[in-house]
Design a protein around this ligand. Structure first.
Ligand SMILES: NC(=O)c1ccc[n+]([C@@H]2O[C@H](COP(=O)([O-])OP(=O)(O)OC[C@H]3O[C@@H](n4cnc5c(N)ncnc54)[C@H](O)[C@@H]3O)[C@@H](O)[C@H]2O)c1
Length: 266
């Protein structure tokens, strides 16, 4: 521990269970001296797992459906009260596609489901930022990180409408990053993470095979959730004050590799 986040106040969205990327980020933020509030959708809170994390981080959980402006307004109000000031960092670690859940092929999507995918997985970031912007809830130089995936740039046959959601998410990162940077030097970035074994990740058919493929393709191997958390800590810290509006690949080199020896010699 080197107290990279000492004195900083954060909100972490999306810790469902201990495999969640947000769970690892929360643990490491606390180890680095931050005080945090945890949040997740009311339905996820019923599982109860997140309370263990709250205990470990000596904090509370405030439920919020990330698609509800009302819930987000209440959350940002209460978080500032509980933490005793403006918020220095926010993690958006939220994704869900009803089309994937119901195994709808990309060529036969339900548009009601697709609207839900986009709202939960991408527009929720805009809602968070707009609520915070209008309430002036983020401290000067605060850092917001959203998790993304390379299917925003390339076709991944299994990723369905989540690919469209990630492309929108990364666009919101750029567009809101501009406006919030001008207003208050707030940084907004996305981290494009390797496939990771979590509830959201392993909900995808054939995930195991793909996980293995990506691992062999990447010169450093797939990036772990723990490494992703360390990268998020760096982005929340004062060491990255001029990094904004970026989509940053955290993938062991996967995105820059055409073919690898490991795959050639199989
Ligand atoms: N696992 C992977 O392979 C992988 C790779 C790259 C990026 N990501 C991204 O990382 C992020 C976190 O996913 P994860 O893999 O840790 O899985 P996860 O299932 O642990 O986390 C997803 C979270 O989204 C929350 N959520 C869903 N609907 C919500 C709503 N309406 N309001 C608030 N929260 C809601 C869930 O409760 C859950 O906590 C997602 O954006 C995902 O797309 C995951």
């Amino acid at each position: 521990m080197n107290n990279l986040l000492k004195g900083k106040r954060g909100i972490i969205f999306g810790a469902l269970d201990e495999r969640s990327i947000a769970w690892k980020v929360a643990e490491q933020c606390c180890e680095q001296g931050a005080t945090i509030i945890l949040s997740n959708a009311p339905i996820a809170l019923r599982m109860g797992e997140i309370n263990k994390l709250a205990e470990k981080c000596n904090t509370v959980v405030i439920g919020a459906d990330a698609t509800s402006v009302e819930d987000l307004t209440k959350l940002f109000t209460e978080a500032q009260e509980k933490l005793g000031g403006k918020i220095d960092f926010v993690l958006h670690s939220i994704g869900m596609s009803p089309n994937i859940r119901k195994s709808k092929p990309y060529t036969d999507l339900s548009y009601d489901f697709m609207n839900k995918t986009l709202d939960v997985s991408a527009i929720s970031l805009h809602k968070m930022l707009q609520v915070a912007y209008n309430m002036d809830a983020l401290a000067e130089g605060a850092s917001v990180v959203a998790l993304s995936y390379i299917a925003a740039q390339r076709a991944y046959s299994f990723y369905s409408d989540m690919a469209d959601a990630k492309a929108l998410l990364e666009s919101i990162v750029r567009s809101f990053g501009y406006h919030y940077g001008v207003k208050n030097k707030v940084r907004v970035n996305s981290v494009s993470q390797s496939p990771t074994v979590t509830t959201a990740g392993s909900g995808i058919t054939g995930f195991d095979k793909f996980f293995d493929f990506a691992d062999k393709m990447s010169p450093l191997g797939n990036a772990s959730a723990e490494d992703c958390a360390r990268f998020c800590v760096a982005l929340f810290s004062d060491l990255t004050k001029s990094v904004t509006m970026q989509n940053l690949f955290h993938d062991g080199g996967y995105s820059m590799t055409g073919i690898s020896d490991k795959l050639m010699t199989e």
